[in-house]
Design a protein around this ligand. Structure first.
Ligand code: 4AZ
Length: 271
């Protein structure tokens, strides 16, 4: 989001030696509190990459995404802002989706060029509402890569549901970006709790319509910078997209996700 990993990297790439914003204190190890996963366990998890914009040391990874159709990748709208990319996405010729690869610096899987991008026109960068975008791949993937999305009313959205978030983001809150894919288990939290955590402020405002939040009451398990755009999965279905939050893994500040059912509704409404 506004203080995203990607934006910091973009800044760092264009302006030498900008110190990263002071890292929040995390209570445990994300993807905070996480563990390594093999890509065969989560084939729908992809990395968004531009070596041109973000450098080659982590294969250009700057956000995550999820394969929701053979040629369609879901990510966060804030990952495609000019703020993050330094230019509109259509002017990033080496924008790619890395599929079938857990270890960023390996040659596993493939790197598929992005043929088109669509950013949710309802996305609000001030509240963070509606934070999703779609990428169209230049070549289709087999159906086995695709994860179904949980529609409105799906029991996977019930507070207390066990879920997992996947990504290559910061594992400590101190800028320790993962070289290989990780996941951490979290629980879906109630809208009442999320609304109390984020009643409105500089970081964003919790709105149950387009957001859900997940984590642990005492913190310690969360998404973090660099995980943005990546999948939150429960009961084998996609329920959220990593979007924002205050810090990482902090008690009382759960991770906020774009709600999967908001996305399916926005898409079927003709978006
Ligand atoms: C970010 O800036 C970000 N703890 C992503 C997720 C969370 C916080 C920040 C959730 O990309």
């Amino acid at each position: 989001m506004r203080r995203s990993f990607a934006r910091l990297l973009a800044l760092a790439a264009t302006t030498a030696a900008i110190p990263l914003a002071s890292p929040p204190t995390a209570t445990a190890d994300v993807v905070i509190g996480g563990h390594p996963v093999e890509i065969s366990q989560a084939p729908w998890t992809v990395a968004l990459s531009s070596r041109d914009r973000f450098g080659g040391t982590r294969a250009g990874q700057f956000c995550g995404g999820a394969v929701v159709g053979p040629s369609t990748v879901l990510t966060a709208a804030h990952c495609l802002t000019e703020d993050v990319l330094g230019a509109p996405p259509e002017r990033i010729p080496d924008l790619k989706v890395i599929v079938g690869r857990a270890e960023l610096q390996s040659n596993q899987g493939s790197e598929i060029p992005v043929r088109g991008t669509w950013v949710n026109p309802e996305y609000n960068a001030y509240t963070n509402a509606g934070d999703f975008a779609l990428l169209t791949l230049a070549e289709p993937l087999p159906q086995s890569f695709v994860i179904p999305m949980a529609g409105a009313g799906d029991p996977a959205y019930e507070p207390g549901t066990g879920a997992a978030v996947y990504g290559w983001g910061d594992t400590t809150g101190a800028g320790d970006y993962a070289k290989s894919l990780r996941a951490t288990p979290v629980h879906v939290l109630s809208d009442a709790l999320c609304g109390k955590a984020y009643p409105g402020g500089a970081e964003g405002t919790y709105t149950a319509d387009s957001m859900l939040c997940a984590g642990e009451l005492h913190g310690g398990r969360d998404a973090c910078q660099g995980d943005s755009g990546g999948p939150l999965v429960a009961q084998g279905k996609l329920i959220g997209v990593v979007s924002w939050g205050i810090g990482c893994g902090l008690a009382g500040s759960p991770g906020v996700y774009t709600r999967g059912s908001y996305i399916t509704r926005a898409l079927t409404a003709g978006g």
